[in-house]
Design a binder for this molecule. Structure first.
Ligand code: NAD
Length: 444
């Protein structure tokens, strides 16, 4: 408890002293972060190899390039983001200075998940720094090697559930949390005791609809990549496929072929195929598959936390597999009668973090977007909406609240202060609002 308290107190003092506010200080911090990522790229990739056997090529692609781009963007645009934003005036304020001044909130607590341990802590941190806040960063204890390395490079608070709960008892000005929905509720509850606003970047089941009139071979290659990269442990991975019964076997065949192309005959030997983070999650995913006969994959090795890329077909819509987020390399296919049925299926469930639609008919695509909701949508590919700093990334309903990336992070971690500056001259204009009544009437 002492360590956590000290970290928060240090951050609080840094903020109170005003040190974190000048733009030069923010720039200097961002440059330091940029140097850290560039210089430690190999070490970071090695740590992730040790944590989840992630391919050395995937770490720059999935995490580091994105972080570097966001740092660059913040460095370039920060002055613009932080500048006062003049707004429209009305007759009563015509000669006043009226503007919105983004200002730092104070001390921001960032709690990260283990599946992308660098992006999920550093992307919010970039915005927190750019907005002039002091931050306390708590990476996940499950990505052990990554957390240890991060601790060597940057002052963070490490620890698991108990330490995080201790932290959450303290007072922050914003809590930025990435993790599961169940933990998210606890975080929000703890933050409520201090009326601290929260950003919750949660998970859930992101549906992936494949229309019968599309290039199924291409669709399946893109889906296979998004589902099985990082061994299925990606918050915006397609959780399950929805398609008509008539194309189900073709979908299965195309995924099987793609898997062979990506990971060879035995994915266990592929340097590009990952592992499950730990035994607990391994058991959880294995138990979700119980009672099914996989049409692709299904092999496992608990000593290595290995689960082969697995596809299950004709999965009943109300099975346990279709209730909770899979967060592993298991891809169920649920059949629907048409797009309307798919829309109904999506709308009957919690609002997902992402929705994927593979379809050639632009009008039908627009209709599906209009008649459903989700944190974000990518059409004819997966996950690509995440890669743009211009698009707000976040959930809706059960998949979270708040948004980030690029300027959205800056805004999320700033207070938009309403400012009106008027002069003491021209008092006569104000007389109409002062009592007594009869004098007012006379002046009208
Ligand atoms: P998790 O909720 O178990 O843990 C997240 C963080 O909370 C960790 O730092 C952990 O130490 C802490 N924590 C765990 N239990 C806690 C408790 N009882 N009290 C206080 N703190 C606690 O999530 P995870 O297993 O690390 O990550 C997987 C989940 O995160 C999935 O649901 C996934 O979809 C989601 N996720 C979402 C995003 C996103 O951007 N929306 C990104 C990655 C992961």
């Amino acid at each position: 408890v002492r360590m956590e308290r000290q970290a928060v107190q240090r951050a609080r003092e840094a903020f109170q002293s005003g040190r974190t506010r000048p733009l030069e200080f923010r720039l200097q911090q961002l440059h330091a972060l940029q140097r850290m990522i560039t210089e430690k790229e190999t070490e970071i990739a090695t740590a992730l190899k040790q944590d989840i056997n992630r391919s050395q090529y995937d770490t720059p692609l999935l995490e580091l390039i994105g972080i570097e781009n966001e740092i660059k963007l913040a460095i370039d645009r920060m002055a613009q983001w932080a500048a006062p934003r003049p707004v429209e005036k009305n007759v009563l304020t015509i000669s006043d200075e009226v503007y919105i001044q983004p200002e730092p909130l104070g001390v921001v607590l960032i709690i990260g998940a283990w599946n992308y341990p660098w992006a999920l802590t550093l992307l919010p941190l970039v915005g927190a720094i750019a907005a002039g806040n002091a931050a306390v960063v708590k990476p996940s204890e499950l990505s052990e090697y990554s957390s240890l390395l991060l601790r060597e490079l940057y002052p963070v608070v490490t620890g698991g559930v108990a330490e995080t709960q201790d932290l959450l008892r303290l007072r922050f000005d914003h809590v930025f949390f990435t993790g599961g929905s169940t933990t998210g509720k606890l975080v929000m509850e703890a933050a409520a005791q201090h009326l601290t606003p929260v950003t919750l970047e949660l998970g859930g089941k992101s549906p992936c609809y494949i229309d019968k009139d599309c290039e199924i071979r291409v669709a399946c290659r893109r889906i296979t990549w998004g589902k099985f990269v990082n061994c299925g442990q990606t918050c915006i991975a397609p959780d399950y496929i929805l398609c008509e019964p008539s194309i189900q076997s073709q979908v299965v065949d195309c995924i099987r072929l793609t898997l062979l192309e990506f990971y060879g005959a035995d994915p266990k030997c592929s340097p590009d195929y990952g592992r499950i983070i730990n035994q607990r999650h391994f058991n959880r995913i294995m138990s979700l598959m119980e009672g099914y006969t996989p049409v692709v994959g299904g092999q496992s090795d608990s000593s290595q936390c290995y689960i082969a890329p697995t596809v299950l077909k004709d999965v009943p819509p109300h099975s346990r597999l279709m209730q909770e987020e899979i967060f592993g390399p298991v891809l169920p296919i649920v059949t629907v009668s048409d797009m309307d049925d798919a829309i109904r299926f999506v709308n009957e469930r919690e609002k997902p973090l992402a929705l994927y639609i593979f379809c050639n008919d632009k009008k039908a695509v627009k209709r599906m977007i209009e008649e459903t909701t989700s944190g974000g949508v990518t059409v004819n590919d997966v996950m690509m909406h995440y890669t743009l700093s211009s698009l707000p990334f976040g959930g809706v309903g059960h998949s979270g609240m708040g948004r980030y990336h690029g300027k959205h992070t800056f805004d999320q971690l700033s207070h938009q202060r309403a400012c009106l500056i008027r002069s003491l001259k021209m008092e006569s204009v104000n007389l109409a609002r002062y009592p007594p009544q009869d004098r007012r009437r006379a002046r009208r």
